[in-house]
Design a protein. Structure first.
Length: 98
């Protein structure tokens, strides 16, 4: 089945989140990172990581079979507890098959 690709953007609750994370937030982010590594191991996540803008945000690209699977990916992200998650379909994707 052909994959559909989506960009997922994680927006922190405050601009200085990365510098002022509480211990509880740092713990959630550790579980969040493990969650995304698992998505990579399953071949769902193509890439993920923080984007260093004036107000940093997280970015992930996923390949899913349908929008229902995308909703599962987004809903399962532990960062939902402390961040806003937005997503949008990608018009076209060119990627290596490494």
């Amino acid at each position: 089945m052909k994959k559909q690709y989506f960009a997922i953007k994680l927006l922190a609750s405050r601009p200085d989140f990365m510098q002022t994370m509480t211990d509880a937030e740092r713990e959630v982010m550790g579980v969040h990172q493990a969650y995304w590594r698992n998505l990579m191991a399953q071949g769902i996540a193509v890439v993920f990581g923080p984007v260093l803008e004036a107000v940093p945000y997280g970015l992930g690209i996923v390949g899913v079979t349908d929008e229902a699977q995308l909703q599962e990916v987004v809903a399962g992200d532990p960062a939902n507890a402390i961040m806003t998650i937005e997503f949008a379909p990608m018009m076209a994707v060119t990627r290596s098959e490494s």
